[in-house]
Design a protein. Sequence first.
Length: 198
Amino acid sequence: MKETKLLALGDSLTAGYLLPASAAFPAVLEKALRKEGYRVSIVNAGVSGDTASGGLARLDWSLGDGADGAIVELGANDMLRGIDPTITKTAIEAILVKLKAKNVRTLLAGMLASANLDAAFRENFNAIYPALAKKYDAILYPFFLEGVAPRPELKLADGMHPNAIGVDEIVRNILPSVRALLVELGQPAPSGDKPGPG
């Protein structure tokens, strides 16, 4: 079976802000999947500080010679900067449209607005991901920082970005969704015994 290529398009949460490359989300996810027996490579197309519009602007370049699937993790910087959610939604939608046109199956990793933001903003922002995943038949992982956001010990000193242990937690939580993506791409769960720890 040929190797499945995934593109991880995101911001600093994907890029691995202040972490060695081997501890960034795409590398840790790839290692976890390979350990389970999947034939997969994951391209780290995370750029710190990127907005959804920034991700859209570099999508074609990031895809390069193509990919089988994509994990799209964008919107956190839009939220932090108070960018109108309609702008964020338009950009993420354009990304999903482009990926679908190129027959790239997508997992959309959502973000949740901070509780200290205006209620109307939070409602509009948080609705972006479920609506777009449904419209474009993407797999939805509702909150990329699930299990990490409320736990200071899993974050860097800035209180926002995951540390290496936090990235491990993100990978552990998102793995079932990524496995579902791989199944849709024709790579079923590996059979036989799983490799041991190491």
